[in-house]
Design a protein around this ligand. Structure first.
Ligand SMILES: *Cc1c(COP(=O)(O)O)cnc(C)c1O
Length: 425
């Protein structure tokens, strides 16, 4: 379910005419829908029984302050993976005790910042990190709440680059090490281990692997509890997949939420635990689109190459994960109107700068606007200035209102990030 629909023959974001927005903002640009964000968060939070269980939005999917602030007002916390993200979450109005710090490698400076800020929980991934955290917190006269991120040796996800739960992936503490580390932690003055966390991958569409992983976490919980260790929190990570084909998205809503919540309840209901969730893509994926303008056509045998003004630096998912994004014209296609086979590409001199291959679209001319759908997650957040292209602006819509929540920088701002050394100036 999302709020990008055709009205009066043009694509609207809620009650905002995207073609009119393009005239004001210039292309390319991202548009996010408040109603979609709110709906996805509420459906998820309700299904998993928040506020009794806690929902920490995985903000690496979309870290715009306005998006975070929208979610914070609904009671969402933030799952962060760097000091920068903790600072952003705080700046967006998230209370420190609604922030979790995950991540494969955390520097001493980042751990110190998190401890000083008084965040809710640090998810510890290695024995070295356990000792570092205790040392840092002890020096400050503090004791930091933490959990161990367990690698259940079950990988899942839509692509090898986003599978994180296999034993040979770089993430987390192996199941067999957890007991020993609990004992080690019991003698460290700077940490209080309250439970376990896991996150096995992203864009997961089948619940089987998640269920297996959660089953292993449950067994571990029982083993640890029987040894007298404290397991009162389990953080189940994120990873639920979303439909990238829009027809499916309209029909099925943001994902498998109800089945997932029921599976979790079945796995853990009889244990006295606080459950936490870290959804990212599920909340923001279908709440955002990337609007781009066709620049030129390059006819080939059997198809036409359609060059648009957005590129892989603006949306890297197709290049990086072979990801599929639906493409909708901003002008509503007429039924039975002319269609063509297109490769939709960006202007960057790399074959990877391709958004879609052999895609049937309504006939498109230079100057026409199209939208890359489901671009709210891992879109703007992963963008760069490769090719000295300016970061794409982000617009948040709410009903008939809209606001630029990240302006397009100027070329002066881009260039002055660099400095010439004395011998060259
Ligand atoms: C990336 C990540 C998430 C969010 O994953 P989604 O697939 O976007 O839901 C949650 N937790 C951790 C630890 C992550 O690294």
């Amino acid at each position: 379910m999302h709020h990008f629909t055709y009205q009066h023959g043009r694509l609207f974001a809620e009650d905002v005419d995207i073609a009119a927005l393009a005239d004001e903002v210039g292309t390319p640009f991202y548009v996010y829908s408040t109603a979609t964000l709110e709906r996805h968060y509420k459906v998820f939070a309700k299904a998993v029984g928040a506020p009794k269980s806690r929902v920490f939005f995985a903000m690496k999917a979309n870290s715009n302050l306005a998006v975070l602030s929208t979610l914070a007002r609904l009671g969402a916390g933030a799952d962060t993976v760097s000091e920068g993200e903790i600072r952003r979450a705080l700046a967006a109005g998230m209370p420190a005790n609604a922030i979790v710090f995950s991540g494969v490698g955390k520097s001493d400076a980042e751990l110190a910042f998190a401890v000083d800020a008084g965040i809710y929980q640090i998810n510890i991934e290695t024995e070295g990190e356990l000792h570092a955290l205790s040392r840092i917190a002890t020096a400050k006269g503090k004791r930091q709440n933490a959990v161990f991120r367990i690698n259940p040796d079950i990988g899942a996800g839509g692509h090898a680059k986003i599978t994180t739960g296999s034993d040979d992936n770089k993430f987390g503490i192996s199941l067999s090490e957890a007991e020993r580390l609990y004992t080690v932690a019991a003698n460290l003055p700077g940490v209080r281990i309250l439970g376990l966390a896991t996150h096995i991958g992203s864009q997961i569409h089948m619940l089987d692997e998640l269920q297996l992983a959660f089953g292993r976490l449950r067994e571990l919980t029982e083993r640890l509890s029987s040894l007298g260790h404290r397991v009162e929190r389990i953080d189940l990570g994120g990873g639920l997949g979303i439909p990238y084909e829009m027809a499916e998205a309209v029909e099925h809503g943001p994902g498998l939420i109800e089945d997932y919540a029921a599976m979790v309840a079945k796995t853990f209901a009889d244990l006295d635990l606080e459950l936490a969730y870290e959804p990212g893509r599920l909340i923001v994926g279908n709440a955002g689109i990337l609007v781009t303008r066709a620049l030129t056509l390059n006819p080939r045998a059997g198809k036409t190459i359609l060059v648009v003004d957005a590129a892989m630096n603006d949306l890297i998912r197709p290049a990086m994960y072979d990801a599929f994004h639906d493409i909708w014209p901003i002008r509503e296609p007429v039924r039975g109107g002319p269609e063509r086979l297109y490769d939709v590409v960006g202007p960057i001199c790399e074959t990877g700068d391709t958004f879609a291959t052999a895609r049937t679209l309504p006939e498109t001319q230079p100057g026409d606007l199209i939208a890359l759908m489901t671009a709210g997650a891992y879109g703007a957040a992963m963008s760069s200035t490769y090719n000295s292209r300016l970061l794409v602006p982000e617009v948040l819509v709410r009903g008939a209102e809209w606001a630029i929540v990240r302006p397009r920088p100027s070329y002066e701002e881009l260039i002055k990030l660099d400095r010439l050394p004395g011998w060259l100036s």
